[in-house]
Design a protein around this ligand. Structure first.
Ligand code: FE2
Length: 471
């Protein structure tokens, strides 16, 4: 782990240089300054109001204002994906046209920002539906391709140089199923693993893409019912599947999303050997819960499997439901038993670990805090939390008044850096200015807040998931 002095030596920043330079335009300390009014949806739909509301134009800006000092070695592009309904409205936050926001950092400078709609068939037709590929959820790069992901459809290939859309990508015609928004890449083998789920059998498919980018295997997995399986995990031996009781219910489409909470069906975690078939999945009963995202999973030396994730008591079942708790399940394939316990205090979701630790035991996990229950079905994040699994310590950055963070991604400061030796990047909306900034945090000192801010030329609507593309 880096100490503070080592961190600033690597980043080229000094304590003195961290005094923020004066910001251009609309300084929050200027009493005459009023930030631009944010959109308010007359029907009270939170995802069309405030900084969740869509923006209308695609722009580019160059040489962005930087407060503080960016690490010179931090070279690459942060790209975020999220919903931005071109029609100005949508029936649910999850159902807007995908829009990408990119920020290029290099040599201590922020070279550019640009935002681009993903040019899907649904966008071009102007008639998006639940069956459309909105490409709005996440991004993954593998086999030399950058893919925008949407769990109800195949991926959409993006040109990383300018965020333009290349088109739907189907692995040489081999992929005829949806792809999860959260594929996993084994850092040792370079293989990519993903699942897809659907309301009709086969309810789940599991796929392996070899290190060259060729789709090598597809396995249909039998489930008793169609469920939402937003995420899964891989260890060095297994794919870990989540058969949780958020069941498809197509009669509910008119209310927004076609799912219902069905705890009476029970909940299971499945271990599918990475080269196995549906018949080789070993299922473990757990207490009913739902989980959008997990931190990671790994094999233990004794042959057990540990899964750590963000556990919700329920979903779509109650208003003001408690936010997700960091949770740990331990599965024993030999005995067929599962145990579970809370992993850490507080709550967290939109988790991230150092991607060099995917499928291996990790020490550090990062996530967003969701303490602010507002009667919405999806609460707004109000902090960035870090969990040190070895020491058991958690730390928390609490944003200032008017600030709201988006997903925080860990980026190693160089390829040899230890776990936690790097920065966290989070796009943060500042309502005081009506603009967003990219907050750059020393990962070892998250609670201190960002040591550098890259000011965007506009507000960046809250989105879902992003990716760091190293230069
Ligand atoms: Fe997600």
């Amino acid at each position: 782990m880096l100490n503070r002095r080592e961190f600033f030596r690597l980043t080229g920043a000094s304590g003195a240089s961290l005094l923020f330079a004066h910001a251009f335009g609309g300084c929050a300390s200027d009493p005459t300054h009023m930030p631009p009014a944010l959109p308010e949806d007359p029907m009270g739909r939170w995802w069309l109001s405030g900084n969740y509301a869509p923006i209308e134009d695609e722009i580019e800006a160059f040489e962005l204002e930087v407060e503080g000092a960016l690490p010179p070695s931090l070279a690459g592009t942060l790209v975020r994906n999220g919903p931005n309904p071109a029609a100005g409205e949508s029936v649910h936050w999850l159902l807007g046209d995908g829009m990408l926001h990119g920020v290029r950092l290099e040599g201590g400078r922020a070279l550019w920002y640009r935002n681009r709609y993903i040019q899907t068939q649904a966008l071009r037709s102007g008639m998006p539906s639940l069956a459309s590929n909105l490409a709005n959820t996440a991004l993954k790069t593998h086999g030399g391709r950058l893919l925008a992901l949407y769990e109800a459809a195949p991926p959409t290939e993006i040109d990383p140089s300018d965020l333009s859309t290349i088109g739907e990508y189907d692995y040489a015609g081999l992929l005829r199923r949806p792809m999860t928004a959260h594929p996993k890449i084994d850092p040792a083998t370079g293989e990519m693993f993903f699942i897809g789920y659907a309301p009709f059998p086969p309810y789940v498919t599991y796929h392996v893409v070899d290190a060259s980018g060729a789709l090598a295997r597809t396995v249909e997995v039998e489930l008793p019912a169609g469920v939402m399986m937003h995420d899964f995990q891989v260890t060095e031996r297994y794919a870990v599947l989540f058969d949780l009781p958020l069941h498809f219910d197509l009669a509910r489409i008119a209310q927004g999303l076609p799912f219902r909470w069905a705890p009476e069906a029970g909940a299971r975690l499945g271990l599918l050997p990475r080269d196995g078939s549906s018949a080789t999945v070993q299922w473990f009963e757990i207490e009913p819960c739902f989980m959008f995202h997990a931190f990671n999973a790994f094999d233990t030396p004794s042959g057990r499997v540990v899964l750590e994730g963000c556990r919700l008591d329920s979903f779509f079942a109650e208003v003001n439901a408690p936010p997700a708790s960091p949770w740990r399940w331990e599965l024993d394939p030999e005995r067929g038993t599962a145990s579970e316990e809370r992993l850490a205090d507080g709550n967290a979701d939109f988790p991230h670990v150092d991607e060099r630790r995917v499928g291996r035991e990790h020490r550090i996990a990062y996530g967003l805090r969701f303490d602010d229950t507002t009667g919405r079905d999806i609460a707004p994040p109000n902090g960035i939390r870090k969990i040190d699994r070895r020491s058991g310590e958690t730390s928390l950055w609490t944003p200032g008044a008017g600030e709201q963070p988006d997903e925080a991604l860990f980026v190693p400061i160089d390829g040899d850096a230890a776990e936690d030796g790097g920065v966290l990047l989070s796009m943060i909306f500042d309502a005081n200015r009506g603009r967003s900034f990219l907050g750059v945090f020393d990962a070892t000192r998250v609670a201190d807040g960002p040591f550098a801010k890259v000011w965007m030329p506009r507000r960046v609507p809250f989105g879902f998931h992003g990716i760091w593309l190293p230069a």
